[in-house]
Design a protein around this ligand. Structure first.
Ligand code: 6PG
Length: 243
């Protein structure tokens, strides 16, 4: 199983590459009358993508009514909290976009974590097609922390990669913050997974994971392989400099 990589000059062009991918997939789905179910990550990298998608440049190219928006993970905070992934997405994209509110499915970080994880899993099983009982997204956008975590699956919680549940409660290893996260089987069941990774601080881990060395196994991101072998790394030159 090989990873595909696309290397861009900078983070803005990584964002444009992903925006163009989403636009093309949404148009393709709209032509066949299908929705496009996307799960997005939080953190700082996707901000540029969301801002670009909210711009005039993509206002007419993306069939917004086709998109069904979900989250890969969420911090257990209120949606208006500075650390909320939904809050970041709202400020950068949703406040300006034309995605119908009924097509936006946020994880409720303000609710009791275990109850919300169960609710969100039930939502996914209701809304999405399933393969061998696992909900299937059309596209999952992942980031990667500089410890090799992805979603909210951290190196000290590798069991979440093989959970029998679709959504679990995770704990940030440093802050202790509770998170709601998709688990490994749901991520790997997706039709396509795209990593958006920028910055030289991630270059060593990117090279280790893409090179699929034995050392890579300690990094959760190395355990992501979507079911069709399409997993792609959208990298800027800084993150790709050790490939
Ligand atoms: C989160 C994200 C997380 C993120 C990585 C990379 O809730 O923080 O889902 O998995 O993708 O931590 O974050 P940056 O994009 O900020 O480097």
């Amino acid at each position: 199983m090989n990873y595909k990589t696309q290397i861009f000059d900078d983070s803005e062009s990584v964002a444009r590459g992903v925006a163009n991918l989403i636009e093309a997939k949404a148009q393709q789905h709209a032509q066949s009358g299908k929705a496009l179910s996307i799960a997005v990550s939080g953190g700082s990298t996707p901000k540029a993508l969301f801002r670009l998608m909210a711009s005039e440049e993509y206002s007419t190219g993306i069939p917004w009514e086709t998109i069904r928006l979900y989250w890969v993970d969420e911090r257990c905070v209120a949606p208006d909290h500075a650390e909320s992934n939904f809050g970041m997405t709202y400020d950068a994209l949703l406040h300006y976009s034309f995605i119908p509110i009924e097509n936006i499915f946020r994880m409720k970080g303000e609710d009791i974590p275990d109850i919300e994880a169960t609710r969100y899993a039930e939502l996914l099983h209701h809304n999405l097609p399933a393969h061998e009982g696992i909900p299937v997204f059309d596209l999952i956008l992942l980031g990667m922390g500089n410890d090799g975590h992805t979603a909210s699956i951290f190196p000290d919680q590798l069991e979440l990669l093989t959970s029998l549940k679709s959504v679990e409660v995770a704990t940030h290893p440093v802050s202790g913050q509770k998170r709601i996260t998709l688990t490994g089987p749901v991520i790997n069941a997706a039709e396509q997974v795209v990593f958006m990774i920028t910055g030289s601080d991630k270059a060593d881990i990117v090279a280790t994971i893409v090179g699929q060395s034995e050392e890579a196994k300690k990094f959760p991101a190395s355990h992501v392989h979507d079911k069709t072998g399409n997993t792609e790394f959208y990298l800027d030159k800084a993150a790709a400099c050790k490939l």
